[in-house]
Design a protein around this ligand. Structure first.
Ligand SMILES: [Fe+2]
Length: 250
């Protein structure tokens, strides 16, 4: 049998439950290469575990939203940036003139950091005035964490799908600062739109896809939220394609 690496041993020894005290011990032994605090590594494991709980149906989508927002409210953003080597990731970064640039995120391959992730992830990088354009999702739950800059964030409930429109209702419309978060699911705040108020501005995004395996495929649904105003605060938002929504709001 091949010898276990230290990292594999740690994972097997820990199972899915990581104790902060063990992480602290590893930290004191200089096991972490990147200098992130044990509490941040623990936090990342907790975020990952919530993703598995959602995929395993231990949490409903709305319960997951609530729990991830609680967990994100305690995030040490500066330390998380150290963990993902944000300075290196964004060194010489060229922002784009329309919409958001997507950066792939790698976690360090060190003890305690989960290897198998329950979610996809990326960082959106934006210039001032540019947006993560208005869109909803099918069969997906996502969370945003503001890493740098500030944003005007808007969410809408996706109330009813029509052939060429979607009836939406505004739910969140406010400024988001570093460390603040918002979430999306099939059941709550499904449509989001984030405009950068300064630059460079960055959002960490995780997304759990295919929550309902037998349901429609995961994907973005672009729309124009400046639609006909109906009663009870509803808006009839026109479905648009990526090119048009980027032209309008990117
Ligand atoms: Fe989204």
């Amino acid at each position: 049998m091949a010898a276990l690496s230290r990292r594999e041993f740690t994972h097997q020894a820990l199972g899915s439950v990581l104790s902060l005290s063990l992480l602290e011990t590893l930290f004191q032994c200089d096991a972490f290469a990147d200098g992130a605090k044990p509490a941040t590594v623990k936090w990342l494991n907790d975020v990952n575990q919530l993703g598995w709980d959602l995929r395993d149906k231990k949490l409903s989508q709305v319960e997951w939203q609530k729990k991830i927002e609680q967990l994100y409210s305690g995030a040490d953003v500066a330390d998380f940036l150290r963990l993902i080597d944000f300075d290196k990731l964004t060194h010489n970064l060229e922002l784009i003139d329309k919409g958001a640039k997507s950066l792939s995120v790698k976690f360090p391959e060190v003890e305690g950091v989960p290897e198998k992730l329950a979610w996809g992830r990326q960082i959106f990088a934006l210039k001032k005035g540019r947006s993560v354009v208005p869109h909803g999702h099918n069969n997906m739950a996502t969370a945003f964490l503001i890493l740098k800059g500030s944003f005007h964030g808007r969410h809408f409930d996706r109330v009813q799908d029509e052939t060429d429109h979607i009836l939406i209702k505004p739910t969140i419309d406010r400024k988001f600062q570093i460390g603040e978060c918002s979430t999306v699911s099939d059941f709550k705040d499904n449509v989001h739109w984030f405009e950068a108020l300064e630059e460079p501005a960055f959002i960490f995004n995780i997304h759990v896809s295919g929550i309902k395996p037998d349901a429609e495929s995961t994907g973005r649904v672009y729309l124009d939220p400046h639609g006909e105003k109906l009663k009870d605060g509803l808006i009839r938002a026109r479905r648009v394609n990526y090119e048009e929504v980027t032209k309008l709001y990117g």
